[in-house]
Design a protein around this ligand. Structure first.
Ligand SMILES: [Zn+2]
Length: 277
């Protein structure tokens, strides 16, 4: 499932390739493509120029020279693909767009094998679309208030892992980056957030930001091929994970075996020596 770094990689790719282009056609090819709350059919974007691509958490939107925006959520498997002449057409295409800027034309497909992704036409409130209004600011946003987020996290009695996954306190951290940042900050995932010091929570936020920044950097060049792979298969996951998915592997810091425990329907990976409750 794409997490924030992959969505940010897609945002950068789309911004690089599509800013300044105008929609000339927009085809809705699947009954569940548009969110039911969409204000208008997909064809509403025809004639609109893309002025930028924005993101909050895992919500992406195309800013248009209109009052509304085209919002996209990639769900589990959504991808934006820019067609190339000698490449075969992708499968599972749910929407197709043709855009132009001067003499340049781009064909863009929104492909989604599992159909949990969606598009919608939405109004912006203070620059944010309706469906992303409940999502808190992520640490890459210039408006991110680190001190306020630490205070909010420290007020919670829940396990720190569920607090750092709570998208209404700080957005962006999914299961992979939660395990990695808890490992880096040497915090046991089940520690109640209120038992951690302000400094320790601060170090966790910094670790989460650093690990996601590394993943963005690793995925940040993949759009040069004009073939944007939303799953961010950049090699970051194979080479850089210390804890997530590393059950029975030695901890890169101390050599003890990484353990996996059940955590709310998913799992947590941690080092029992470096991360004690
Ligand atoms: Zn360790």
């Amino acid at each position: 499932m794409p997490e924030l770094p992959e969505v940010e990689t897609v945002r950068r790719g789309l911004a690089h390739l599509l800013t300044g282009f105008t929609f000339r056609s927009a085809q809705d090819l699947h009954p569940r493509l548009l969110k039911p709350a969409s204000l208008a059919p997909l064809s509403t974007v025809i004639g609109a120029r893309i002025t930028g691509i924005n993101r909050r958490g895992k919500f992406l939107w195309f800013e248009l020279n209109r009052e509304h925006a085209l919002v996209a959520h990639l769900g589990m498997s959504g991808q934006f693909l820019i067609a190339q002449k000698d490449r075969p057409a992708p499968g599972h295409v749910r929407a197709h767009f043709r855009l132009t800027r001067g003499l340049n034309t781009r064909e863009v497909a929104f492909s989604d094998q599992r159909t949990f992704g969606w598009l919608s036409i939405e109004q912006l409130t203070h620059g944010i679309p309706q469906s992303a209004l409940h999502i808190a600011i992520d640490p890459f946003d210039p408006q991110f208030d680190r001190t306020a987020v630490i205070t909010q996290m420290k007020s919670r009695k829940a396990a720190i892992k569920s607090v750092i996954l709570n998208q209404e306190i700080m957005s962006g951290v999914g299961n992979i980056y939660a395990d990695e940042s808890l490992w880096r900050a040497k915090i046991h995932p089940e520690t109640p957030a209120c038992d951690l010091s302000t400094r320790k929570i601060g170090s966790l936020i910094d670790a989460a930001t650093a690990v996601m920044a590394e993943a963005i950097k690793a995925g940040g060049t993949s759009f040069d091929s004009l073939y944007i792979n939303v799953n961010g298969e950049s090699g970051f996951f194979e080479t850089s994970l210390a804890a997530y998915g590393q059950e029975h592997q030695p901890c890169p810091r101390c050599g003890r075996e990484i353990r996996r425990i059940a955590f709310g329907g998913r799992s947590s990976h941690f080092c029992p020596k470096c991360q004690v409750k």
